[in-house]
Design a protein around this ligand. Structure first.
Ligand code: NCD
Length: 311
């Protein structure tokens, strides 16, 4: 199959097609097998990946670093850029050109929407968007879709329900667009009115012939969901901290709430959680966020690194 990722930046889920997603998933299946059988491979031996994180991260950063090492490459790791020349006032463009002199690809997280695209325009090497402000988080979208596929192979039959901060959450911006492209038809977004999904994303789902229901009450809709995707209210995107405090715990998933859900539903969360799901729910067999979803992130990122750096 033609590898459209090779030597290209990966900035948005809009670059994805059914065919190239299938290619990532096939590679991720192989990577999972490799990790389970022999921990890793040296397929990218000699390559170096720079991980430049201008914003906090646990999972995305560590899974990329681990993925890099498990495919045999080396890493330059900057978690927080205050130890780099960014602290001296260097521009994004100059920083990106600099790391492109030492690395074969740059994984980048940045607080500003559009920063990954801005970087890709001047970069000597491929940029992988690991989250740009309220914009996109395309590698998370791939790992979410990969996780969903292992429970529900036929995307056209599922109801995807996301709850929390639809307005500011880049994970739900990316994964709903990707799922609509992959054939999911029914979307339910549960949020307070002020945190509703941006209209352009709702429009893009409808364009792919998906239906969108927007409600405020989780209890009213949870019984119809095949996937419940919980999200954190994105504190760092609020100008008015009192508004954040008022909204942060509007939805809390407890064992009682889970009783209203289908037996076959899966509960996902990109994490970190800050109270949206109580700890008792972790042992519910429907919860996939604490292990499966995170591990899949590493396999997906191993697959992407291989596809971007090897023809
Ligand atoms: C998310 C992010 O950074 O967008 N975390 C992640 O990458 N798994 C979600 C969040 O911070 O709420």
């Amino acid at each position: 199959m033609n590898n459209s990722f090779f030597n290209n930046s990966f900035i948005s889920v809009e670059q994805l097609t059914k065919e190239n997603v299938a290619l990532v998933f096939t590679e991720a299946d192989k990577m999972k097998q490799i990790v389970l059988e022999k921990d890793g491979t040296d397929i990218l031996k000699g390559k170096v990946i720079a991980c430049l994180f201008y914003e906090p991260s646990s999972r995305t950063f560590s899974s990329f670093v681990s993925a890099t090492q498990r495919v045999g490459a080396g890493t330059i790791q900057l978690l927080g850029m205050q130890a780099s020349s960014v602290a001296k006032g260097e521009t994004l463009e100059d920083t990106i050109r600099t790391f492109g002199c030492y690395a074969d690809a740059i994984v980048m997280r940045h607080p500003e929407t559009g920063a990954a695209l801005q970087a890709a325009k001047v970069s000597y090497v491929p940029i992988i968007n690991a989250g740009d402000g309220k914009g996109e988080h395309p590698t998370q979208a791939l790992l979410d879709a990969y996780t969903i596929r292992s429970h529900f192979p036929d995307f056209s039959q599922i109801t995807f329900c996301a709850v929390g901060d639809m307005k500011n959450g880049r994970t739900v911006h990316s994964n709903t667009k990707l799922l609509a492209m992959l054939g999911v038809k029914k979307f339910i977004f549960v949020s307070p009115k002020v945190l509703q999904m941006p209209p352009e994303i709702v429009a893009s789902i409808k364009q792919q012939s998906g239906t969108v229901t927007e409600v405020e009450s989780l209890e009213d809709v949870i019984g119809t969901a095949d996937i419940l995707y919980a999200t954190r209210v994105q504190k760092e995107r609020f100008e008015d901290i009192e508004e954040y405090e008022r909204l942060k715990h509007k939805y809390i998933i407890t064992p009682e709430v889970m009783k209203l859900a289908k037996k076959t539903m899966i509960l996902m969360h990109p994490l970190p959680r800050v109270g949206e799901i109580t700890a008792e729910v972790d042992t519910d067999p429907r919860s996939v966020y604490m292990k499966e979803q995170m591990q899949n992130g590493m396999y997906i990122r191993m697959a992407l690194l291989k596809l971007i750096l090897k023809k």
